[in-house]
Design a protein around this ligand. Structure first.
Ligand SMILES: [Zn+2]
Length: 331
C-alpha cells in the first residue's frame, strides 16, 4: 500500500524546519537546520528540496519492511514564511529577517524543485491553521492565534479558512494600536500592541525601568545587567512577587485582554489562542489575560471567545504548512 505525505516548511529568520505531514495531520518526521540565505532563493529552495528528499528516504528506510521508492509519495508542499507576502501570487514582497528573498517567486521555485504543487502563506497564518487542524483549535472553525515572541504574530481562521483580506495582509494585530500616542514602533506607528505585550517588549520594559533606578530582584547585587533580562526572567520574577516584574507582566496581560476584546468584535471567533515564547508561562499568562478580559463590560451580546494556550508549540508552522499543501490537492 502506498502512503502519501505532504512537505511542510517553516521558514524562519533563524531556523528552517521541514517536516512530512500525513493526511490525518500527524507529523511523520521533521528536520531543523539554520536558515542559510547565502545562495539566494535558488540556494534556499535547493536546501529545502534536499531536506525533503532526505526525510522521504528516512521514512522509507525506517519502514518495516523497507518501502520501495513509490510507496511513500510526496504529493504537495507548503511553506510558511514571514511577510508581507502574496499567497495568490506566490511571492515574498519584503522581509527584514530574510534578506535577498524580496520578490522571490518562492511557490513556483518550490514546485519546480519538488515536482509537486506548492503553496506559500504568512507564517502566523500557517501556525493558526495548524492549531485549527490538530492543535488547541481542533474542530473549531473560527479562531485567532496570537504568537507572543520577538514581536506578536497573528493569524485568523474563519469559517475554516485562513483570512487574507484584499491586500492579503489581514490580521497584523501585533500592530493594532492599543495606546494613542504610545511607544514608537519600528513599523512607523505609535502604541502598537507588540510594544507592550511581546516577549521582547516585557524584557525591554523591565530593563528600562531597572536602568532608570527601579528596584527589582533582577537587578539585585549588580550581578545582572538590565540588558540581559529576558521574558522568562520577567515571568519568573513576577511569579515570585517582584513588584516591577509583576507590574510589567500585568500591563502586558491587560493589553492582550484589550486585543482579545478587539478580536472579539472584529472577528467574533469561538477561540483566541496564545502561543509563542511568553506562553511558556502557562496558566500564569492565561489566568491573567482571562481575568483582565473578564473585567471588560461588554453586554450587548453573549459572544465571548474562550481564551486558551496554543498546544503545537514549534511544530505549528510545519503542521499548518503541511495542511496548506494538502489543500492544493482539494483535501
Ligand atoms: Zn507597529
Amino acid at each position: 500500500m502506498s502512503v502519501s505525505v505532504t512537505a511542510g516548511v517553516d521558514l524562519g529568520g533563524t531556523n528552517l524546519k521541514v517536516g512530512l505531514v500525513a493526511a490525518g495531520g500527524s507529523l511523520v518526521v521533521q528536520h531543523s537546520t539554520p536558515t542559510d540565505l547565502s545562495a539566494g532563493p535558488a540556494g534556499l529552495v535547493a536546501r529545502i528540496g534536499a531536506a525533503v528528499r532526505s526525510l522521504l528516504d528516512r521514512v522509507r528506510a525506517d519502514a518495516s519492511p523497507p518501502r520501495r521508492l513509490d510507496d511513500v509519495r510526496l504529493v504537495a508542499a507548503g511553506i510558511g514564511s514571514p511577510g508581507p507576502l502574496s499567497p495568490s501570487r506566490g511571492i515574498i514582497y519584503r522581509c527584514a529577517n530574510l534578506p535577498g528573498l524580496e520578490g522571490a517567486p518562492l511557490r513556483q521555485l518550490l514546485a519546480d524543485e519538488l515536482g509537486v504543487p506548492a503553496a506559500i502563506e504568512n507564517d502566523a497564518n500557517v501556525a493558526a491553521y495548524g492549531e485549527a487542524w490538530t492543535g488547541a483549535g481542533r474542530g473549531v472553525r473560527d479562531l485567532v492565534l496570537l504568537t507572543l515572541g520577538t514581536g506578536i504574530g497573528c493569524g485568523a481562521v474563519l469559517d475554516g479558512a485562513i483570512l487574507h483580506g484584499h491586500f492579503e495582509n489581514a490580521t497584523e494585530l501585533g500592530h493594532m494600536i492599543v495606546q494613542r500616542d504610545g511607544e514608537p514602533c519600528p513599523c512607523g506607528q505609535r502604541g502598537c500592541l507588540e510594544r507592550y505585550a511581546s516577549a521582547t517588549a516585557i524584557a525591554r520594559r523591565v530593563g528600562e525601568a531597572i536602568r532608570a533606578g527601579e528596584r527589582s530582584v533582577l537587578a539585585d547585587g549588580g550581578s545582572r545587567r538590565a540588558a540581559d533580562v529576558d521574558a522568562a526572567d520577567v515571568a519568573r520574577g513576577a511569579q515570585c512577587g517582584d513588584a516591577l516584574c509583576l507590574r510589567i507582566w500585568r500591563e502586558a496581560c491587560d493589553h492582550l485582554a484589550i486585543a482579545c476584546v478587539n478580536i472579539q468584535h472584529a472577528y467574533n471567533p469561538a477561540l483566541v489562542l496564545l502561543g509563542g515564547g511568553m506562553a511558556d508561562a502557562g496558566s500564569f499568562l492565561l489566568d491573567e489575560v482571562r481575568s483582565a478580559f473578564a473585567r471588560q463590560k461588554w453586554s450587548l451580546a453573549d459572544d465571548f471567545p474562550t481564551i486558551e494556550l496554543a498546544t503545537l508549540g514549534n511544530n505549528a508552522g510545519v503542521i499548518g504548512a503541511g495542511r496548506l499543501a494538502w489543500d492544493t490537492r482539494g483535501g
